[in-house]
Design a protein around this ligand. Structure first.
Ligand code: MCA
Ligand code: AMP
Length: 502
């Protein structure tokens, strides 16, 4: 079997200079690449000794620490399939992921272990480990007893490396199955297109439970064994403090909006930087222009999704255009109408893609998978796109009913289904309102059962009890009835107009 484990690529880079600093964290700890190899080896040995076999899933809901990254690497080394979960998810949300993915192990925050035990047992999880925000816990205690030597398992290129859940427009979340080849090919593409070198230093402020922070940022750094300044979360002051030592920074648009709000952010802070990238949500032209004025740097906007990693990018050398996501990376891209007819340049349609980066399918959903691929293997992204005369692609909207708030995806259907269950709510409709900080904010329109006397705050609190707080509406408006067309369909455009005050 060939050495197609993504970790083999990383190991090639890590072993060139094992004493090189891999991570510096805010607690003053440094980890060399030798430490990375040893602790990820100990974790791999532990998980195998506990019964982990290639293909078994490991669900992980932990705070951002270097140890959490090493858990990810340890899973890959042992052929286990990594399943990261947003730390904001509530027990009810985690229950769905566990019952769907049936992981062998769950690694969670020590404070959540008691709550999660019941749902984990129900889903057949064999063992729960904990890992806290200081990088300590039962996982690391047990791993330290193991040998640091672990021979990374060979994998076939289409063996699974990770499952990333992305919410579905029809309610149920879908687990996008990503293979070692998907991840390796996309990482190699980005390193080449974005000109990563051994001497780059990455300032890492993104969460590590999504593609952007886990794969895009870390994989580029790992392929060149870069030093990563590893922040526990995005915070303007901390970024300003560490940016002068960095050469690369990646962020969602909200990061850039917040940095620009701080008068201390300017040319001095960016003196060593060679690359700022933005993605996960549209970067406003205003932010793009203000950033260039203030820093002299031009943000490189790229576009991607969980199912495919990065799909298009503005050029590293060459003009980066505001409001555009650049050109296709190493994948085929076309724009088609809903029936799959390919459109001309200048026409707006849905972006379809094919390439080594495109996922293997949705976990245990063969029919859903089949319906999102064309017969010739192109995946239908659901993003409304136009290729301009200049050859640059522009994402102009979404065919899917999706809100992107601060880089997090929120599916209105999911929120509506929870709200509709609240005692006192007859029906609900959730839409996005433009928001200067998050880009889009979740807002809800509700028809009340008037006998119950609910207030907007009651509704927001109810949503936060059931769902991750970022999914809760920022604003709730009561209506006597929802606007509908003659077919009875709720007119969300009308609600968007009301929400935006137009
Ligand atoms: C936090 N809150 C939010 C969000 N984040 N509300 C709406 N949208 C959000 N994104 C709420 C919290 O629930 C809380 O409300 C209040 O805001 C403050 O919480 P806090 O934790 O202090 O927020 P923060 O630290 O300021 O977080 C904002 C953030 C964060 C830094 C922008 O959301 C973030 O790191 N976003 C990045 C997401 C990301 O990595 N996306 C990549 C997906 P309350 O007080 O009520 O609890 S990958 C992807 O999309 C594809 C592949 C791609 O192309 O990259
Ligand atoms: P996710 O499901 O978290 O992978 O989110 C992927 C979605 O984020 C894509 O389908 C797009 O709708 C959106 N997205 C990512 N990058 C950009 C961008 N640069 N501009 C506009 N939308 C983007």
């Amino acid at each position: 079997m060939s050495k197609n484990n993504l970790l083999h690529l990383f190991e090639e880079a890590f072993t060139k200079d094992p004493q090189k600093t891999a991570f510096q964290d805010l607690n003053g700890n440094s980890f060399s690449y030798q430490d990375v190899l040893e602790l990820s080896g100990q974790i791999a040995n532990l998980l195998v000794r506990e019964g982990g076999q290639p293909g078994d899933r490991v669900a992980v809901q932990v705070d951002k620490t270097v140890e959490a990254v090493l858990l990810y690497l340890g899973c890959l080394r042992a052929g286990l399939v990594y399943l990261p979960l947003n730390t904001a998810y509530k027990t009810g949300e985690v229950e769905y992921f566990l019952s769907d993915a049936t992981p062998l192990f769950l690694v969670c925050d020590p404070a959540k272990e008691v709550d999660l035990k019941e749902v984990a047992d129900k889903a057949g999880v064999k063992k729960i480990f904990n890992l806290g925000s200081q990088g300590t816990g039962s996982l690391i205690d047990a791993a330290k007893e193991e040998s640091p030597e672990f021979e990374t398992l060979p994998r076939k290129s289409d063996d699974l490396a990770a499952i990333l859940y992305t919410s579905g427009t029809t309610g149920r979340s879908k687990g996008a199955m990503l293979t070692h080849e998907n991840l390796a090919s996309n990482a190699q593409t980005l390193v080449k297109y974005w000109a990563f070198e051994e001497n780059d230093t990455l300032l890492h402020a993104l969460p590590i439970f999504h593609v952007h922070g886990l794969f895009v940022a870390l994989h580029c750094a790992f392929l060149k064994a870069n030093t990563v300044i590893f922040l526990p979360k995005f915070d303007v002051d901390t970024v300003l403090k560490h940016l002068p030592r960095a050469t690369v920074f990646m962020g969602v648009p909200t990061f850039y909006v917040r940095l620009l709000d701080n008068p201390d952010f300017g040319k001095d802070t960016c003196k060593n930087m060679r690359l700022f990238t933005a993605g996960s949500a549209p970067l406003l032209e205003e932010t793009f222009n203000l950033f260039t004025e203030r820093t002299g740097h031009v943000i490189l906007e790229r576009y991607g999704m969980s199912e495919a990693g990065m799909i298009t990018s503005n050029p590293y050398d060459g003009k980066r255009i505001a409001g555009s996501v650049g050109f296709p990376l190493d994948n085929e891209v076309r724009i088609a109408d809903e029936d799959g007819n390919i459109l001309q340049d200048g026409e707006i349609g849905i972006l379809e893609i094919k390439g080594p980066n495109v996922f293997k399918g949705y976990w245990k959903m063969p029919e859903k998978t089949a319906s999102e691929f064309r017969p010739d293997g192109f995946f239908i992204t659901g993003d409304m796109t136009m290729k301009g005369e200049d050859g640059y692609y522009r994402i102009v909207g979404r065919a899917k009913d999706l809100i992107i708030s601060g880089g997090y995806n929120v599916y209105p259907k999911e929120i509506e289904s929870y709200l509709d269950e609240m005692d006192g709510i007859l029906e609900s409709a959730v839409v996005a309102r433009p928001d200067p900080d998050f880009g889009e904010a979740v807002v809800a329109f509700i028809v009340l059962d008037k006998s119950k006397n609910l207030t907007p705050t009651d509704v927001i609190e109810y949503a936060k009890e059931k769902l991750a707080n970022f999914k809760a509406p920022k604003e709730v408006t009561f209506l006597d009835e929802l606007p509908r067309n003659t077919m009875g369909k709720v007119q969300k455009n009308e609600l968007r107009h009301i929400a935006s005050g137009k």
